[in-house]
Ligand binder design. Structure first.
Ligand SMILES: *Cc1c(COP(=O)(O)O)cnc(C)c1O
Length: 808
């Protein structure tokens, strides 16, 4: 054990944690034990735990400098972290101490943990991936910084009013955020607009019209047992002047404050659009703001200890999480040319040597494009350099006079295509599952891939088994530890050992008992938070993720309605009793997604009121799905719904969390579902529906959903019920747009896959009837999940992409 760590342990073990909490309550928070609120106790405990991270944090930094390690800079617009206290306590291995200390103060530890607001600085999978990667980089010992935006308001809170989604602002920072350190020495001016001038010595200078300060806030990220601690550095926008004196002295206080308000708007709020960019100027400014600040910071760190800026790629690997930070290409070139005097060609080589890009989606509407005129207005120097990069790429890849396909141009049709910019600026480009990487090569980047056949690599996503198994599922975790010993937390491949125990009746029973414990906890949670009563012995069938047409929550609820119809028609049909749970938010501007939410709630209202079917079907939709709700739902799931239109979900990570926790998947051959099936085996997963190639083929052949509806009496019945207002008698026309779309367009092939889905669900019912076989399958889902640990993913990036050490 690490020396300092041993010291920290010894201190906590000797009851010093209790003293530290007490001291923080008194001297940091300024409260007595008698007057302290739950939030005060949480602050005191968080501060005491944070203290334990600081020494190993410094020690890690010292080692990185001493070994002159190559560092990874993970640039992400989103970090969907969730709660930090419970995770830090888990990673440090001090839960018993923390519990005992709080108990001695007469405070309930679970309530303290539950009081923490989620750090919701992300929308969904992309942001959660970044958070899992932070945890894994610290656990496997990659020298890394996460860089992002310190949004004052994270993802909106979701409420339902009569079943419709209502958005409310999120305000996690109205309380003190006890984990961060403000770094007033790390502040960079970030410019926008203005002009580009040629100086007499031939150099180019960009003179921005407007400047905002990027101020650093650091959060330590401890890995397993605190042996390695990386840094998450988030940038907050500040005005260069707190107020404008001239209007102030005239008494015009609003005008005096206006410039500051405008500047600070940049880090005010997270855009709530998941995979559909809105092309707003403020969004572009956010992207440049955090990318430019991060690059300036890492260049400063490099220059402080190295002479030759051309050697930057030897010490720096930048990962662009999607195209949001793709402006890093031109910005790094600008720094190298305008500030360090390199020639363009050399600067581009150096920049490309540092940059790597992760693609997250193939959907054309989800690929960022910025209008050229907006780019000229906001980032004139970068626009010049983008033209230059585009030209240089054309010259290097196409013989003179040869026509160049539009698909390999960065600037096309009056837009800058950020995917192409990122691809061309990057040394490596990766997809996030085997299927997605293959499709990338065949679709969006086909022509660029032909020009650069070694550039695209695959790195299948993963999730951290600390938060998503050890932390959220103590019942299963302790069974696993009994079976294989400690060690699986950082080497998930060890779980393979339990595969043979799937045939051991005793082990199966204990595995099922752990699941039942979690289902009982979820049952209590639903009762306590929402006053919903469910039957904890029924199958818990869960679909939780952002609401999007391609994820097909619509198909799920249509199937639920079809099953309900069948139950009523045929009361003795062998339907397994189910609680169908939905969770997820829709982007505020995504009308169809919001209508689907309302439909789920309307069908739920009707079905749940039906005495005849109450023992077999309940539909539950708890509002405000987030990381901490996921931590309650996932361990309690029997069935995981991963039913996206094949070819559209790049990877998914929810699918991995569920399988790890012993849920069986019903899903399409999409994203990482393909790799889950390879590992759990065909007989332990319910795969249905069109493949990605079949979806493409059906679209090419002029797919007609009305024919699919006509061919499926069950689907036709449900569609007609919705159209006639059975579920919305107060407004029978409510679902007109939804029904018209299903009958006339159905781009996401809900109708095409419906019958296959219905049939697969009946196989699920049949499988549920044999509890022994189900438990066996559940064990065989958890056992081979080593592949889906984000530790494996990070080791893959370290080796194939970043070429950095992974060593604590
Ligand atoms: C894991 C996770 C996601 C991603 O789920 P998918 O099913 O892969 O889309 C989204 N939101 C939260 C809160 C998560 O924990």
């Amino acid at each position: 054990m690490h020396g300092l760590q041993a010291l920290a342990r010894a201190r906590t073990a000797s009851g010093d944690l209790e003293n530290a909490i007490h001291d923080h309550l008194l001297y940091s928070i300024g409260k007595t034990t008698a007057a302290a609120s739950l939030a005060d106790w949480r602050m005191a405990l968080s501060r005491a735990v944070r203290d334990l991270v600081v020494d190993p944090w410094f020690e890690t930094t010292r080692r990185i400098y001493a070994e002159d390690r190559k560092r990874v800079y993970y640039l992400s617009m989103e970090f969907l972290i969730g709660r930090l206290l419970e995770d830090a306590v888990l990673n440090l291995g001090i839960e018993d101490h923390a519990r005992r200390a709080m108990y001695r103060f007469g405070v309930n530890y679970d309530e303290v943990v539950d009081d923490e607001p989620d750090a919701a600085l992300g929308n969904g999978g992309l942001g959660r991936l970044a958070a899992c990667f932070l945890d894994s980089m610290s656990t496997v010992g990659v020298a890394a910084y996460g860089y992002g935006i310190r949004y004052e308001h994270g993802l909106f809170k979701q409420r339902f009013r009569e079943g419709w989604q209502i958005e409310q602002p999120e305000d996690w920072l109205t309380q003190v955020h006890p984990w961060e350190f403000q770094r007033s020495e790390s502040v960079y001016p970030i410019g926008f607009g203005g002009e580009v001038r040629q100086k007499e010595d031939g150099r180019t200078v960009w003179e921005p019209a407007e400047t905002v300060l990027a101020a650093a806030y650091d959060t330590p990220v401890p890995g397993w047992r605190g042996r390695w601690v990386n840094t998450l550095r988030l940038w907050s926008a500040q005005a260069t002047q707190v107020y404008d004196l001239e209007p102030f002295s005239r008494g015009d206080y609003l005008a005096a404050a206006a410039p500051a308000v405008l500047a600070e708007t940049i880090s005010r709020v997270l855009y709530p659009d998941d995979s559909t960019p809105q092309g707003k100027e403020l969004r572009l400014k956010q992207e440049f703001f955090f990318t430019a600040a991060s690059l300036r910071d890492l260049v400063r760190r490099f220059v402080a200890h190295h002479k030759d800026i051309r050697k930057l790629p030897e010490k720096v690997a930048v990962q662009l999480n999607d195209t949001h930070p793709a402006i890093a290409g031109p910005e790094l070139v600008r720094i190298l040319v305008d500030e360090h005097g390199l020639e363009f060609d050399e600067a581009f080589l150096v920049a490309r040597g540092c940059l790597h890009y992760t693609n997250h989606t193939l959907m054309p509407e989800a690929l960022e494009r910025w209008p050229v005129d907006l780019m000229w207005r906001v980032l004139p120097r970068h626009m010049q350099l983008i033209e230059r990069i585009d030209e240089a790429h054309a010259v290097s890849t196409h013989a003179a006079n040869q026509p160049r396909p539009d698909s390999v141009k960065i600037i096309d049709g009056g837009n800058v295509r950020m995917g192409d910019l990122a691809f061309i600026s990057a040394r490596k480009v990766n997809g996030v599952s085997a299927l997605h990487t293959d499709l990338m090569k065949r679709t969006v980047f086909r022509d660029l891939h032909a020009l650069h056949p070694d550039r695209i690599v695959n790195q299948t996503n993963g999730v951290t088994p600390r938060r998503w198994l050890a932390g959220c599922n103590p019942a299963l975790a302790s069974l696993l530890t009994e079976a294989v010993g400690h060690g699986w937390e950082t080497d998930l491949e060890q779980l393979k050992v339990i595969a043979p125990l799937a045939d051991d009746a005793g082990f199966r029973t204990r595995f099922s008992k752990a699941k039942q414990t979690n289902k009982d906890l979820l049952t209590k949670y639903l009762k306590a938070k929402l006053d919903i009563t469910v039957d904890p012995t029924a199958m818990f069938d869960i679909q939780i993720k952002r609401i999007h047409e391609y994820k097909r929550q619509l198909m799920n609820i249509l199937e639920a309605a079809a099953a309900w119809n069948e139950m009523k028609r045929n009361p003795s049909a062998p339907f397994a009793p189910r609680v169908r749970i939905f969770g997820g938010k829709a982007a505020p501007g995504y009308a169809m997604a919001k209508l689907i939410i309302k439909l789920i709630n309307d069908i739920g209202r009707t079905v749940n009121a039906d005495e005849e079917t109450r023992d077999r079907l309940a539909i539950v939709y708890p509002p405000n799905y987030n990381v901490s709700m996921a931590e309650v739902l996932i361990p309690a799931a029997d069935l995981s719904e991963q039913i996206s239109t094949a070819g559209m979900e790049a990877s998914g990570t929810g699918n991995m969390k569920f399988a790890m926790n012993g849920a069986l998947t019903i899903g399409t051959l999409d994203g990482a579902n393909v790799e889950i099936r390879e590992r759990v085996g065909d007989e332990n997963i319910f795969i249905f529906g069109k493949t990605a190639d079949e979806v493409t083929e059906a679209r090419e052949q002029g797919y007609d959903p009305s024919a699919a509806i006509a061919a499926s009496p069950r689907l036709a019945e449900v569609v007609e019920q919705i159209a006639s207002g059975l579920f919305s008698p107060e407004d029978p026309e409510r679902y007109r747009a939804l029904v018209d779309n299903l009958r006339g367009h159905d781009w996401f092939m809900v109708c095409a896959d419906f019958d296959a889905y219905y049939a697969a669900q009946r196989e699920v019912d049949a499988a549920w009837a044999d509890k022994n076989a189900w438990a066996r399958s559940a064990v065989l889902n958890t056992a081979p999940m080593g592949w889906f640990s984000s530790d494996r993913t990070i080791r893959g990036y370290a080796k194939d992409v970043w070429e950095v050490d992974a060593r604590v």
